[in-house]
Design a protein around this ligand. Structure first.
Ligand code: COI
Length: 359
């Protein structure tokens, strides 16, 4: 059978010209949240009884796997997501990379994998960002999304941890996650499918959490919604998280978000927003939130590394749609977003050591 020739991602990344100011020559205004292959990826391997020691940068490209790799057969894999940003003064920065490293270590323990130390993780992220620095968008035009993976790549037939592991980081310049841009999201409250269950892996960034969400997401999108909001699987009464981000609810200026007790992903943006809100004198509650409370809220918004912060414009639950005043310039979402992005872009002093300068 004849196969159509396809251009490899390696050649397509490296074939992009570098402009005189050091950037890749692409139309930064056309960036969305899609894969744009960059020049290098980071790879580090170890066996089950070892610790990770040293990795290396190699040209971005496909990886070779045994058909019996544990990650392919039994889903032994985790991922992370974080961003390198370019400030107006030319500084390249990462935000709270230690939190992603720690979350990966917790997830690795849950699915029986060795994991890189926090220092190894941060060093690998820095190396990957710097090696691909011509792909870090100009200030205000997006960021370089870094995607660390920890995979059970060794071959195993019976259900058991893999004999070999690969830590890999690839990168892609990105801008807005949703096609709506920063506009308000229309969420569909899913009452048929669950995302996570008691004692499962919903609280870690396991790759196995995402494929089961594709069907509800596809159905919601077909019906015109931006994303799916999941309820707790035990009672079906309480809101948990959206398939790609955490959710906050605001009522009478009190900010509430569901607690991360095993079924909800402990988002780095979520945690940062809680801390910023408390420091700025807002009342924050981490507690169970019944879906009816969401329907009666003054405001709701979502947070995530990929998503950043976006207001919720409407929620539909069992055929009932509730709309929120999402364009209010003084909304809690906008106020917290300007504090959060101020720390990231350097307009607000970083008093907590959240910013890591890499150049
Ligand atoms: C992120 O926000 O980085 C995520 O991992 C969400 C992803 C599923 C797009």
């Amino acid at each position: 059978m004849a196969h159509a020739a396809t251009s490899s991602p390696i050649s397509s990344a490296l074939s992009h010209a570098r402009s005189e100011n050091g950037y890749t020559e692409i139309d930064w205004d056309k960036l969305g949240f899609g894969l744009t292959p960059t020049d290098y990826m980071y790879v580090m391997k170890c066996s089950r009884d070892e610790e990770f020691t040293e990795g290396q940068l190699i040209p971005y490209g496909n990886i070779e796997l045994s058909p019996a790799a544990c990650v392919l057969n039994y889903g032994q894999g985790l991922f992370e997501g974080l961003k390198a940003m370019r400030r107006e003064n030319g500084k390249l920065v990462l935000f709270r990379a230690d939190q992603n490293a720690l979350r990966m270590r917790i997830g690795a323990e849950r699915v029986c994998m060795p994991s890189p130390s926090v220092d190894q993780f941060i060093d690998a992220v820095k190396q990957t960002a710097l090696a691909n620095k011509r792909w870090i968008p100009p200030p205000g035009k997006g960021s370089l999304y870094l995607r660390p993976l920890l995979l059970g790549t060794g071959a195993v037939l019976g259900v058991a941890p893999a004999p070999e592991y690969t830590f890999l980081i690839y990168a892609s310049p990105v801008r807005n996650y949703f096609k709506e841009g920063n506009a308000a999201l229309n969420l569909y409250v899913e009452d048929q499918f669950d995302r996570a269950s008691r004692g499962g892996a919903g609280g870690v960034k396991s790759i196995t959490n995402y494929a089961p969400g594709l069907k509800p997401l596809e159905r919601a999108k077909k019906n015109g919604y931006s994303d799916v909001l999941y309820l707790d699987s035990e009672s079906g009464k309480y809101i948990e998280e959206v398939s790609t981000c955490n959710i906050f609810v605001v009522k009478d200026s009190i900010i509430s978000t569901p607690p991360t007790k095993g079924t909800i992903l402990p988002g780095v943006t979520r945690k940062s927003i809680v801390e910023i809100a408390l420091e700025n004198g807002f009342k924050v509650e981490e507690r169970q939130i019944a879906v009816e409370e969401l329907l009666e809220a003054d405001e709701a918004f979502c947070t995530g590394t990929a998503v950043v912060m976006v207001p919720v414009g409407s929620v539909t639950y069992k055929g009932k749609r509730v709309d929120y005043q999402a364009t209010n310039a003084n909304s809690m979402c906008k106020r917290l977003m300007s504090l959060y992005s101020g720390i990231q872009n350097g307009l607000i002093e970083d008093k907590k050591g959240w910013i890591i300068e890499i150049n």
